[in-house]
Design a binder for this molecule. Structure first.
Ligand code: ATP
Length: 254
């Protein structure tokens, strides 16, 4: 059974003018269908404004679509009761592009990573500290980083903290919304390889939203090209350079 099933999802924003968020009203996404299998990574590759973040929010249960459905672990994300949704959200985590705004600047690394544990698990302070130390090691940070504040870390280190928080509850899937695009090239590469390792080690699935062909190539098993809110072509990443749709060719071959 597929882990994530997105079926004919459409979301249209206001028809004219500018929204409260300052974005110019646009089409959002139209009739989007795809699946992600357990342990696999699907890359959603598209240019700016193509609808990638809209799709990410819909999959995370944060933005109800106008029509269509999102199934996760066999349950309908938007038609389940609150209790089921909370359970599903535990298995569906996210890492956003902006590692600094994703954390509370007044919290220590220990408090940031401990937040989901406190929301879902009943651990003693000692157990929680042990789990956090293990998570820090898993993402390649030192246990002594626990007491640091976000502004004492580099962007790459803080993104590793965000990854540690995302995997704290041993989720089945992580939505990666441009997780490396604000980092420099060397750090980007390190984090992408680390995410790939984690995927294999823990059996994680990813929905990897990106505009970056090389990044998608490192992490994804399959890639779907999105243009003006529509998926125009889906292929195995290994065959990505033989794409046929004009939008895919433009994005992949530059
Ligand atoms: N809150 C909003 N209100 C109105 N229109 C919006 C809103 N959010 C997005 N849009 C519009 O929906 C379309 C898709 O936007 P979205 O942010 O999903 O694209 P994206 O591919 O993530 O772009 P980027 O890579 O620049 O972040 C765009 O035309 C955008 O202007």
């Amino acid at each position: 059974m597929s882990l994530l099933v997105v079926n004919q999802v459409t979301k249209t924003y206001g028809s004219s003018g500018w929204s409260r968020t300052g974005k110019q009203a646009g089409s959002g996404v139209t009739d989007v269908t795809f699946q992600v299998e357990p342990g696999m990574c699907l890359g959603i590759l598209g240019e700016s404004g193509a609808g990638k973040s809209t799709l990410g929010k819909i999959v995370l249960g944060l933005l109800p679509p106008d029509s269509g459905s999102v199934g996760f672990q066999g349950m309908d994300l938007y038609r389940s009761d609150r209790h089921t949704r909370k359970r599903l959200r535990r298995d569906l985590q996210v890492v956003f592009q902006d590692c600094y705004s994703a954390v509370n600047p007044r919290m220590t690394v220990k408090q940031i990573i401990g937040e989901p544990l406190r929301n879902y698990e009943r651990l003693s302070a000692k157990e929680e500290k042990l789990v956090i130390a293990e998570l820090l090691e898993t993402v390649g940070l030192a246990t002594t980083d626990m007491e640091k504040m976000p502004d004492q870390m580099s962007g790459g280190q803080l993104q590793r903290v965000n990854i540690a928080r995302a995997i704290a509850l041993k989720p089945k899937m992580i939505v990666l919304d441009e997780p490396v695009s604000s980092l420099d090239m060397i750090v980007q590469k390190q984090i992408l390889y680390h995410l790939r390792e984690l995927k294999e080690k823990i059996g994680l699935s990813y929905l990897f939203i990106s505009h970056d062909v090389l990044a998608v190539n490192v992490l994804s098993d399959e890639v779907a090209i999105i243009e003006r809110g529509r998926i125009v072509e889906t292929m195995e990443t290994a065959h990505m350079f033989h794409c046929v749709h004009p939008a895919s060719k433009r994005i992949i071959h530059g």
